[in-house]
Ligand binder design. Structure first.
Ligand code: H2B
Length: 95
């Protein structure tokens, strides 16, 4: 079982991310990504998908052409956990 992030550690972890916002009405974080074209967007998605599968922690995402919207939350924890922070940091490192 994964623990939900709370308190000071949660605030600190969110502060380390680039451009993510908390989702209203749900314990999750969201970031929209824009690329030059679909090819670049899908290359990014491929890299995220490989890392997600390796970590067994998967994004909720939506793609239209050059846009990739990503929501991260830990379903097993019913909210945000360190796994989401780790995946968000990896995603930030690709940008
Ligand atoms: N991804 C996310 N975002 N949250 C989870 O709780 C989760 C997951 N759990 N990927 C994993 C898969 C779980 O369902 C499998 C069985 O390990």
């Amino acid at each position: 079982m994964v623990a939900k992030l709370d308190g000071a550690r949660r605030a600190q972890a969110l502060g380390e991310l680039k451009g993510w916002r908390e989702v209203a009405g749900r314990d999750a974080i969201f970031k929209s990504h824009k690329f030059a074209d679909f090819n670049a967007a899908f290359a990014f998605m491929t890299r995220v998908a490989l890392a997600a599968e390796k970590a067994d922690h998967h994004p909720e995402w939506f793609n239209v052409y050059n846009r990739v919207d990503i929501t991260l939350s830990t379903h097993d924890a019913g909210g945000l956990s360190e796994r989401d922070i780790a995946l968000a940091k990896f995603i930030d490192s690709l940008a």
